[in-house]
Design a binder for this molecule. Structure first.
Ligand SMILES: *[C@@H]1O[C@H](CO)[C@@H](O)[C@H](O)[C@H]1NC(C)=O
Ligand SMILES: *[C@@H]1O[C@H](CO)[C@@H](O)[C@H](O)[C@H]1NC(C)=O
Ligand SMILES: *[C@@H]1O[C@H](CO)[C@@H](O)[C@H](O)[C@H]1NC(C)=O
Ligand SMILES: *[C@@H]1O[C@H](CO)[C@@H](O)[C@H](O)[C@H]1NC(C)=O
Ligand SMILES: [Cu+2]
Length: 166
C-alpha cells in the first residue's frame, strides 16, 4: 500500500468517525496524490440545510445515531440540526441534548464536563435547533439516566461540519 493510499484510508476512517460519510453523495473527484487529499467538487445546495436528527425516528432511545450520522452526512457549516423529543409525562421518557467536551468523554459517555444545550422540555413542537457554526468536532449525546441513554440507548453521535466548496 503506497503512502497515498495509506493517507486516503486514514482520511476515510476519520470521515466515517465523524459522520462525514460520502455514500450516495455527489462527490466527483479523485485523490490528489501530491497532497494526499481528494480533489474534485461537491455539488452543494446553495443554502444551509435543516436536518431532523434521526429523521422520522426523531431523538429516541435505541436508535443508532452514529449510523444515522454516517448515512446522512456530510454536514456543512451553518446547517441546522433539529432534535425532536416529546416533553416527559407518565408514558414518555425524558431526553435531553448535551455537548460532550472531547472524544474521550464521547467514547465513554462521560458527562462530567458536558454542557447541556437542550433540557428535557425543549424538544417538543418544532424541536430544538442547533446550528453547526464552526469548523470543529461536535459531540452530541442524551444525558438522561446517568449515561444509560448515551451508552445502551446509542443516543450519541459526532459531527465535524465541512466548509462548502464551490
Ligand atoms: C451531480 O453533479 C453533477 C455535476 O454537477 C450533476 O450533473 C448531477 O445531476 C448531480 N447528480 C445528483 C444526483 O445530484
Ligand atoms: C494536487 O495538488 C497540488 C498542490 O496543491 C496542485 O499543484 C496540483 O495541481 C493538484 N493536482 C490535481 C490533479 O488537482
Ligand atoms: C451503530 O452503527 C455503527 C455504524 O454503522 C456501527 O459501527 C455500530 O456497531 C452500530 N452500533 C450498534 C450497537 O449496533
Ligand atoms: C404523553 O405524551 C405523549 C406524546 O406527546 C402523548 O401522546 C400522550 O398522550 C401523553 N400522555 C399523557 C398521559 O399525558
Ligand atoms: Cu435519551
Amino acid at each position: 500500500m503506497g503512502l497515498g493510499n495509506a493517507r486516503a484510508l486514514v482520511f476515510l476512517v476519520a470521515m466515517s468517525m465523524f459522520g462525514i460519510g460520502m455514500a450516495n453523495k455527489n462527490f466527483s473527484g479523485d485523490w490528489n496524490y501530491t497532497t494526499g487529499w481528494p480533489y474534485g467538487h461537491w455539488n452543494p445546495t446553495q443554502s444551509s440545510k435543516r436536518i431532523i436528527v434521526g429523521g422520522s425516528e426523531n431523538w429516541r432511545f435505541g436508535f443508532n445515531y452514529t449510523d444515522w450520522a454516517i448515512r446522512n452526512g456530510p454536514f456543512f457549516i451553518n446547517d441546522k440540526l433539529v432534535f425532536k423529543f416529546d416533553p416527559p409525562n407518565d408514558t414518555t421518557h425524558p431526553h435531553s441534548v448535551y455537548l460532550l467536551s472531547n472524544f474521550w468523554s464521547f467514547q465513554n459517555c462521560d458527562f462530567r464536563r458536558a454542557k447541556v444545550i437542550a433540557q428535557v422540555t425543549q424538544g417538543g413542537g418544532e424541536g430544538f435547533e442547533f446550528v453547526l457554526k464552526r469548523w470543529q468536532p461536535y459531540y452530541f449525546a442524551c444525558g438522561e439516566r446517568k449515561g444509560l441513554h448515551c451508552n445502551n440507548g446509542m443516543m450519541k453521535f459526532a459531527v465535524w461540519p465541512l466548509f462548502r466548496w464551490y
